[in-house]
Ligand binder design. Sequence first.
Ligand code: FAD
Length: 353
Amino acid sequence: MQILEDIPLAPFTTLQVGGPARYFAEPASLDEIREALAFAHSKGLPLFVLGGGSNLVVADSGFPGLVLRVQLRGIAEAGNGGFAVASGESWDDFVARSVTHDCAGIECLSGIPGSVGGTPVQNVGAYGQEVSQTITSVEALEIASGSVNTFSNSECGFGYRSSRFNTSECGRWLILRTTFALVAGGAPQLAYRDLQQHFALQSGAPTLGQVRDAVRAIRRSKAMLLVQGDDDCRSAGSFFKNPVLDAAAYAAIQQRAAQRGLTLPAYPSTNAVGHEQYKIPAAWLVEHAGFHKGFTLGRAGISSRHTLAIINRGVGLNSANAAEIVALKDAMQNGVEERWQVRLEPEPVMLGF
Ligand SMILES: Cc1cc2nc3c(=O)[nH]c(=O)nc-3n(C[C@H](O)[C@H](O)[C@H](O)COP(=O)(O)OP(=O)(O)OC[C@H]3O[C@@H](n4cnc5c(N)ncnc54)[C@H](O)[C@@H]3O)c2cc1C
């Protein structure tokens, strides 16, 4: 394994902005990971673990430490829907394989870019499924000590787009392998309205493969599938999480919407201690704060097919820089806060800011 110097990070991210890593390595085994960590410790360097770079904004100044782009490979099948998958595997390739092997549980997560190791970090979710519903354990190496620990599902602290790996212990662990319990021969999940509509005219229940194809088609129509040559998908996916409000905050914002003659959509649920909470669509808040699909600020913009996707409108010499992406993010956050008194929380990881 080579440890390279001053490697541009933009090409390793889907947004394609940002400066270089001072040091960069692609470890493909546990020994190589330990070797790279020893190098970083000896030089007192900060460390960043990179997967597919699909949930990441790198600062124009880059990152002054060592970036490890994890290349661990291997998918082991334990039978009856059990899979143990190394972090460097492509998430969507794994989903495709599970569907081919007639195992249900992650078919609605088709088409999400990035690595398998990146999925437990923010508890990836879409179209009614989250990885936390099928993950049984996560094996991770503690960066400071080099020791390996296996976390059960409940020990991962999964929540909406969160886990212990991006909250209380952010940056502490390098995920090596994740195990999943899928349902062999199980039926696909059709919880989401777009998906139900897709199959409304079909007689008979759709197969896992049909649901995977439908999810990818819907994602493509919203520029949420990485397609070469599609400028609208040069993004980090949805840039903002959907705010989850308590009953009082929800009532207040509902009243503000009513005063403007608007109806705010909301998805009620109950939190861990039994209190009512309401998830409200960040896209609605953004649109009703004056930021429409296709909005442009410098060389950054909002996708013409997805209000929450901030995109890099340029390529090559005309590419946006990270400062332009952040300027648009700030404008959207401030605009929504001014209009709705809710501060949107970004979903991507901001590196080097
Ligand atoms: C077009 C598009 C559509 C998207 N759609 C969705 C969606 O529907 N739902 C959704 O939830 N997300 C979505 N995303 C966001 C993104 O794809 C996911 O968050 C993905 O799981 C990130 O994985 P990654 O390997 O690319 O991680 P990276 O972007 O490389 O890293 C993200 C974070 O994970 C950490 N990380 C990555 N690998 C490891 C590891 N092995 N060990 C420890 N930490 C690690 C990094 O340090 C960083 O903090 C979308 C993104 C794009 C560009």
